[in-house]
Ligand binder design. Structure first.
Ligand SMILES: Cc1cc2nc3c(=O)[nH]c(=O)nc-3n(C[C@H](O)[C@H](O)[C@H](O)COP(=O)(O)OP(=O)(O)OC[C@H]3O[C@@H](n4cnc5c(N)ncnc54)[C@H](O)[C@@H]3O)c2cc1C
Length: 393
């Protein structure tokens, strides 16, 4: 079995937070004895499938774009290209974008924000906190944005593979963005923004070795500040109900996109923002705006609008089961109030929003196998470890 797969245990396990959290930690020889973990069963079956959604992640191989550009009399602050981590990073890049806007604004505290996804809304709030009067110009508002199609886990390094030539300047921006975002999202937890902390489990038959952990470290989480990595706890036989010898547990934040984006939009309006539905076709269109400071949060739309050839879609598909409020943990799935999210496919360069039926079949079938044992106290045959691996989130 592929060791990386062995450790990659479902949606939450694949996210950036904590992948390298115990890279050099060896499991203790003697472990404390803990009571058996009790988990509400997940009821996966075809008749509980309620929808399949597709979104196109705005991916830039060299990382998100955050910089200031002068266009005649206008100052444009670009803030787009967050790939698989827009919900996670938006408060951070929004703060950096707002600081750039503040430096550029010469007394005029009006700002235009282009886009009303997670990135545009967080940028709006950060601008408002700095005293700007914001108008949001956007082609679409929630629930019709890519941000609404996200899985919704704190995954700031998702889609970033280290060694891909990030510049030191970009890495410094990333470090600042992640610090700000991590703190801000924590402050919103439990206050009506759809943000909660959740345990996620992975399963394994063998304990991870330092070698497999180090490989994880290289592949996923080099960019994550060490103190922010959630430590991974190993559960031993007798301590967990999974049909494997060992299980792992991490605690991380979950951001429910529909609740979060509605709350963000409400909050932006509460602090005086107006929303204007408008599509921009070329940068020349921006010259018609009253505001001289413009923060560009158009996500994948920036590829056409500003001709960014590096920007590409990474198609992602999720399938949802009927919500189960009693399920409060992740295990190759993310439980949300609007359904239990399965999957999170990644197809680079694919522009279609059409659901892929083969992927849907594969993801649901795998989930049915994965959760079957939970319905029966003594499963005749435990599913193989391989059937427990979810898609990338
Ligand atoms: C399946 C899937 C799972 C994901 N899971 C996670 C996750 O768990 N955690 C995470 O952090 N991220 C996740 N993501 C990534 C996340 O969804 C994106 O990074 C995020 O949505 C990007 O936000 P955005 O505001 O830049 O873009 P968008 O949400 O696309 O918003 C762009 C806005 O700009 C507007 N716009 C675009 N072009 C124009 C134009 N020409 N004129 C006017 N307006 C325009 C749009 O109407 C829209 O309002 C996932 C994505 C997918 C598809």
């Amino acid at each position: 079995m592929d060791r990386r797969s062995l450790l990659k245990t479902g949606g939450m396990a694949a996210v950036g937070l904590g992948l390298g959290g115990c890279a050099t930690r060896t499991p203790p020889a003697a472990r404390p004895s803990r009571p058996m973990l009790a988990l509400a069963p997940i009821r996966a079956s075809w008749d509980r499938v309620i929808r399949t959604t597709v979104g196109l992640r705005p991916h830039r191989p060299s990382g998100f774009m955050l910089r200031l550009e002068k266009l005649d009399a206008k100052t444009v602050v670009h803030n787009y290209g967050h790939g698989g981590s827009g919900l996670s990073l938006s408060w951070g890049t929004g703060a950096l974008a707002a600081d750039l806007a503040l430096e550029a604004a010469s007394g005029d505290r009006r700002a235009a924000v282009l886009g009303s996804g997670a990135v545009g809304l967080a940028a709006t709030r950060q601008l408002q906190r700095r005293g700007f009067d914001v108008t949001i110009y956007t082609m679409a508002v929630p629930p019709d944005t890519t941000s609404n199609m996200a899985l919704g886990v704190f995954s700031p390094t998702s889609g970033l593979v280290s060694g891909r030539g990030f510049t030191p300047a970009w890495e410094a921006q990333f470090g600042r963005a992640i610090e700000i975002a991590y703190r801000q999202l924590q402050l919103l937890a439990g206050s009506g923004f759809g943000i909660t902390w959740m345990d996620s489990y992975g399963t394994m038959d063998e304990l991870p070795t330092a070698q497999t952990e180090a490989r994880f470290e290289r592949e996923g989480a080099r960019l994550m500040p060490a103190r922010m990595r959630a430590s991974r706890e190993i559960l031993y036989p007798g301590e967990h109900p999974f049909p494997t010898r060992f299980a792992s547990r991490r605690t991380s934040m979950k951001i429910e996109p529909s609740l979060y984006l509605e709350a963000m939009l409400r909050e932006a309006h509460l602090f005086g923002a107006r929303t204007v539905i408008r599509k921009f076709d070329t940068p020349r269109d921006l010259m018609t705006l009253d505001e001289s400071v413009i923060v560009n949060c158009t996500g994948l739309g920036a590829s056409e609008l500003f001709g960014d050839e590096e920007l590409m879609p990474v198609k992602g598909q999720l399938t949802f089961l009927v919500p189960q409020p009693e399920v409060d943990y992740g295990y190759g799935c993310t439980p949300r109030s609007d359904g239990i999210a399965l999957g999170g496919t990644q197809q680079r360069g694919v522009w279609t929003l059409e659901p892929d039926d083969e992927a849907r079949q594969r993801i649901v079938t795998r989930a049915i196998e994965r959760f079957a044992w939970m319905r029966s106290p003594a499963p005749a045959v435990a599913p193989s470890v391989e059937t427990f691996f979810g898609e990338e989130s």
